[in-house]
Structure formats: C-alpha cells, structure tokens
Write a protein that binds this ligand. Sequence first.
Ligand code: SF4
Ligand code: SF4
Length: 222
Amino acid sequence: MNFKNNLKNNLENSFENNCKKCQKDAHCCIFKKNVGFTFVGIKDAKRIKQLIKKDYDYFLDYSPVSKEIVVCLKNCDPALEGALRYSQLDKHNNILRLKTKKDGRCIFLDKQNHCDIYSIRPNICRIYPFWAVELIDGKIKVIPHDIQSKCGVIKSLVKRQNNEQKEKEIDEILSREEKSEIKKIFKQIKMEDLFYKKNIIKFIKDNDLIKDNSFIKDKKQN
Ligand code: SF4
Ligand code: SF4
C-alpha cells in the first residue's frame, strides 16, 4: 500500500519490492466483490477534503456494509481491526469509508496502483499491513494486520526470518524506529475511535452524507 512514511531501509525495501507486484486479490487498496473497505475517520476525512478541494460526497461512503462484511467483523479476533470497525457500525450497519469504483478499487488508487492522496491518506492506510495490541502491562505490541496475511510485505518479513531458522514475531523483526512509527499511528487510530463515536452522527448530518436520516432518529430515541 505505498507505505514508506519514515520507515527506513529494511521495511522500505520490502514495500518497494512487494507492492509493485501485488496481486489484485491480495492488494490492500482493491476490494473485490465488496469484501472489505478502507475506514476513514472524521479527522482523516477533513484533512483529505481540505487538500483535494472536493466535496465529501466525492470520496466518502456512509451506506450499510454488506451482511457478509458484518458477519466477518463480528467474528473477528477482538484484538484486530475488524472488531474495532464492528464497534463503529451504527444501527443500520453504516460506517464511514472511502468510496470504491465498480471494480473494487479505492477511489484514490490510480491506474499505476499509486495512491493519489499518499501524503494525506487515512491512518489505517498509514499503518497497514500492521496493527497492534495493547498488552495487560500497558505496552503496545506490533502484529500483522491479518492472521493469515496475503500481503507480500508481511510474507517477505516472515520468510526472511525462516531462512535464518528463527521463529520470530513481527514485533521482534521490525526495528525500534519502525515500531515506534507504527505505534504512534496505532495510538492515533485509538484516539480517533473515541472522537468518531462521539461525533459521527453530527458529522453525517451536518454534511448531508445520507439522504435517509432515519438512523439519526433511531439514535436520538435511544
Ligand atoms: S497488500 Fe501488502 S504487498 Fe500488497 S499493496 Fe498492500 S502492503 Fe503492498
Ligand atoms: S487512500 Fe490510498 S493507500 Fe488508502 S486505500 Fe486508497 S489508494 Fe490505498
């Protein structure tokens, strides 16, 4: 996913080598058969709008996700992103996300598979293909975003370790610098979650992002 950021050497090379040849059915910016989405926080959305100078309607989708997605999020490992997204669905299974084209490509993915809004992409794009968990002692541990990842970056990191006959977790493979960057983004995602839950109804209403406002009435009645 064009993830270079401030990450250095090892990981940066892995993105360079793998993202260019990533298969459509594995690519993190392409959602075939509508089986995934890119979450956008309110702050992400504001930042993008400000820079691309287009209305929210151009890139935001606040419609119900498919039943398949709801089941998938509901059954997700509680530590992974899916569980967080499940907690953000409203009563009608709406969640704020980036629009996709008919072929499932993110609206910002160009023909050469480059991100048009790379420097201002949503936080989830900045952390992918990694995620993190908060341990009981308060420490944060970096993990792969998916349990069985098809992502070439994750595979190459794991493979490299296997060649060295070592069994290490992603958290042990990455450099301190890389982990620190990922943890910083993870903390922002957690903070964004609180802000999102508190403000999403107002944001949708203020920006007229859904024509049928029945979900807003439902919320008010609760
Ligand atoms: S899934 Fe992995 S290899 Fe493919 S584009 Fe995304 S980060 Fe790169
Ligand atoms: S915003 Fe950019 S990095 Fe994120 S899914 Fe879209 S194309 Fe990929």
